[in-house]
Design a protein around this ligand. Sequence first.
Ligand SMILES: Cc1ncc(COP(=O)(O)O)c(C=O)c1O
Length: 381
Amino acid sequence: MDWRVPLADVNLGPEELEAVSAVIRSGWLTMGSVTQAFEQEYAQSTQSAHALAITNATAALHLACLALGIGPGDEVILPSLTFVASANAIGYTGAIPVFADIESPDWLCLSPRAVEAAITEKTKAIMVVHYAGYACDMPAILEIARQHQLDVIEDAAHAVGASLNGKALGTWGSVGCFSFFGNKNLTTAEGGMLVTDDPEIAQKVRVLRSHGMTTLTWDRFKGHASTYDVVAQGYNYRMDELRSALGREQLKRIPAGNARRGELVKLYCQLLSRETPTISIPFQEERGQSSYHIMPVLLPSGADKPAFMEQMKQQGIQTSWHYPPVHRFRVYKEAYASRPNPLPVTDEVAQREVTLPLYPTMTDEQVAWVVQAAKEALAGL
Ligand SMILES: Cc1ncc(COP(=O)(O)O)c(C=O)c1O
């Protein structure tokens, strides 16, 4: 479909084309010096001791769980208002994802109070999700984790370039995982990054992402090693040089790209509060620096969301839903029926949430079109 305003768009230029071409010309395509440079630059941008490029954020979350020793019989607390990958990554280890509610319709991140209520003697970790790139209440979550001796994993898939109190999201807990999927603020088509300050976690992840082998093909090519041992039953979760080259260029675009996203969000807020006052806009509180990954709004309670989205579509505006809550998916209902937590805020927000278009190359005029279309769509319900 040819959208008048798509939900998201890539921000790629001749720099990315040249960087990828240079890798092709070099003749070395798999994990090597370009990936190493990308990791160093990412570590620097987040002020992390270690950054490890991973094939995608789902794999990074899986490795984060494994490196923290999470396995069968353990429970990990996370929000249900997230992409299913967060819960799947926990499930891969044999551990049980335990869903806890979000703060409120005004802040769609995991509630510290709900986390505390969900803790049992089996709880091993908390996985927070910085929804849309807005910060979870990390001081409160970390205090609960400290009291109960739990690890904190940050699903920072949306949060490239975001921070709280000047500290990058993804660096508050034991491990942070970022996504570079095609619709993300920084894209490598598919890709991800895991950051940690803990050298032991970094070493475990490094080994597990490459079949449990002690050396890389690159090390052997360079003559740094001639053989290897296998010390764990690992995975092939490596990044390649083409994607890393893309990522290095994309990282340079983050400050300006996120700033433009912020301007567009401000404009949306002004126009929506004037034109569609019955639509509420979460994340109005001042809390850290968002990456403004997406533009979620909440329709009035009881509004017919599918009809609203259809009317937007008729006007050429692509919208989405972040997210159908994971606890409502059949496989999760069936597999974890014995651990249902009531999630009233999640259920309410999920019914009302619609995501409007947002991307750095969007124009002010396009924001005005979207708001006008929303006004008309609401009136037609
Ligand atoms: C919150 C969240 N977690 C995890 C992921 C998984 O990321 P990836 O597609 O890089 O595996 C996504 C992807 O959209 C996401 O939005």
